[in-house]
Design a protein around this ligand. Structure first.
Ligand code: NAD
Ligand code: 44H
Length: 499
């Protein structure tokens, strides 16, 4: 029998989904979103949808892309009337979760580079409450630009500064017109950073002091920490799953069940953004730092460790590594015996979080690629693992064996050589692996390893050079007792295995 053609997602709406969509179209825009990527769709938008479904928020989201290259994804969203399915799968407390949910939160889709006037007009909306964003760390940066409010500004903070100025003028600085700003970028104190850049633009452009005062006093730039693994379109399974539904959805988005949004702000803010009331794992907290610390050290630190050790030894995905008979034990030992005890927070709670992280890593439905996680591993090692190594040495007088081994793995994986468009490292089996990291550091690594190949320096001299790069590590790591020798030994053993 010929297959039924798939229907576009909007035409397939029925029952509660159709009603929810109709309700959405009647809601005012309450959130401006800068970022069309998978993460926000699988996190903040899914949460707003949950709030709307319970009748707690009654607001739509206007989504826009932060850089011109996001236009294709935005066009895709327009083609689908802003609709997409969120596929949440994984293990939670030992039970399998498998939910496919139609998300309808985007009531407007605006390309700021083509529809700047419409974008700015959103600032006039009396019901607008918040701005959320995810533009990666690279997007949350100051990029000087001219004051030209009739033309789209390229950077995200620049756009926001013009947008807020329009709102300030429209409501004549009314304190009640201030917004909640919720940047989700994984940058420490992301709210403070965004506010400082906006204020810097205001100063560059000579905007009145009253505007800056309104920004400082009546807009809340909230620091927050996001945590959920969102892997986007599930290539391998999408076709089959969508055929079951009989719909076409190019924005099908996969994510794990776990989610946490820790937001530094008083719980009363839940009256505006009713996430906690909707039963979501959103915590309004006095101090964000403990959440940041435990996530960066335990989850991200373990990811960075797994990426180096796994890639070097021929593995490709997180789950494969944690379920491996040898590397799985190694990873658990590194997390439980070396990382967790060094987090300066209540240990029992950290152990529980670490168990949860291990369960998330073993999610049979999430295909998290080590190659993706390994992007910029040098700076990630510095922030995510080095503090653990240093704390361990200070407390015990010894090196943490597994983290030291992971450090050696990273240095060996980064046995860089120049290729056509960049640098490649190599696995122990000799297979090349593209390295995506700071080009200057990769050039130095390539030159230093070439010296070893030419017999100009031995392993100890190589390690001494590498450890002396304060620009990479924040200090000369030759000062850490025994580290040079331990790394040189490990690298010598790895070289012998590779031959
Ligand atoms: N996917 C996850 O599981 C997850 C979880 C937590 C945090 N994050 C963070 O989110 C980011 C990736 O987002 P995603 O997973 O939605 O990927 P994605 O590729 O779907 O989206 C990336 C978004 O960032 C924007 N962007 C990229 N570079 C930019 C730049 N230089 N300036 C302005 N905007 C830029 C893109 O236009 C797009 O909106 C990373 O920084 C990651 O650390 C991701
Ligand atoms: O996104 P990165 O490249 O900074 O780090 C890779 C992963 O550790 C990270 O994406 C986690 O999966 C995420 O932070 C979970 O919330």
């Amino acid at each position: 029998m010929p297959k039924e053609p798939l229907r576009l997602i909007r035409a397939a709406l029925t029952g509660e989904d159709a009603e929810q969509y109709e309700r959405l179209m009647g809601y005012p825009v309450k959130v401006l979103q800068i970022g069309e990527g998978s993460f926000l769709r699988g996190f903040a938008d899914w949460m707003i949808h949950r709030c709307n479904k319970q009748g707690l928020f009654e607001g739509g989201v206007a989504v826009s892309q932060p850089r011109p290259s996001g236009a294709a994804k935005l066009a895709e969203l327009k083609r689908q009337d802003g609709l997409y399915h969120q596929w949440i799968r994984g293990l939670q407390g030992g039970k399998t979760v498998d939910e496919l949910e139609l998300v309808s939160v985007f009531s407007r889709m605006i390309d700021p580079y083509e529809e700047w006037g419409e974008f700015l007009a959103l600032a006039d909306g009396p019901e607008l409450e918040a701005v959320v964003s995810n533009t990666t760390e690279a997007g949350l940066t100051y990029q000087p630009s001219e004051w030209a409010p009739d033309h789209p500004v390229l950077s995200y903070p620049g756009k926001l500064a013009v947008f807020l100025h329009r709102r300030f003028e429209r409501f004549q600085g009314d304190p009640a017109s201030g917004l909640l700003l919720l940047p989700c970028e994984l940058v420490e104190r992301n709210g403070d950073k965004l506010r400082d850049i906006v204020l810097r633009h205001a100063q560059d452009w000579g905007l009145p002091e009253a505007f800056s005062k309104w920004i400082r006093e009546h807009n809340r730039f909230l620091n927050s920490l996001v945590d959920r693994i969102v892997t986007g379109y599930p290539e391998a399974e999408a076709e089959e799953r969508l055929a079951e539904l009989g719909v076409e959805d190019r924005l099908l988005n996969a994510a794990e069940p776990y989610h946490l949004w820790a937001i530094e702000g008083e719980p009363e803010l839940d009256a505006v953004l009713p996430f906690a009331r909707a039963g979501l794992n959103v915590r309004w907290v006095d101090e964000l730092q403990p959440y940041q610390l435990r996530k960066v050290r335990i989850l991200n630190g373990a990811h960075t460790l797994i990426a180096s050790v796994g890639l070097l030894n021929g593995l490709s995905e997180v789950r494969e590594a944690v379920e491996h008979p040898v590397y799985g034990e190694f990873i658990r030992g590194a997390i439980m015996d070396e990382i967790v005890p060094m987090v300066p927070l209540p240990e029992e709670e950290m152990r529980r979080y670490a168990e949860e992280v291990l369960e998330r890593f073993a999610n049979p439905f999430v295909r998290h690629k080590l190659a993706d996680i390994s992007l910029n591993s040098l700076s990630k090692f510095k922030v995510r693992l080095l503090p653990t190594l240093e704390a361990y040495v200070e407390r015990t007088g010894e090196l943490p064996p597994r983290i030291t081994q992971a450090f050696a793995s990273l240095l060996r994986l980064y046995r860089a050589r120049e290729t056509d468009g960049g640098y490649a490292g190599s696995r122990l089996n000799g297979e090349p692996i593209a390295l995506r990291d700071d080009p200057e550091a990769l050039a130095e690594l390539a030159a230093l390893w070439a010296g070893v190949d030419r017999g100009e320096r031995g392993m100890t001299e190589l390690v001494a050079e590498l450890l002396s790069r304060s620009a990479w590590w924040g200090r000369d790591l030759n000062e850490v007792a025994g580290l040079r020798e331990a790394l040189a030994d490990a690298l010598t053993r790895m070289e012998a295995m590779a031959e």
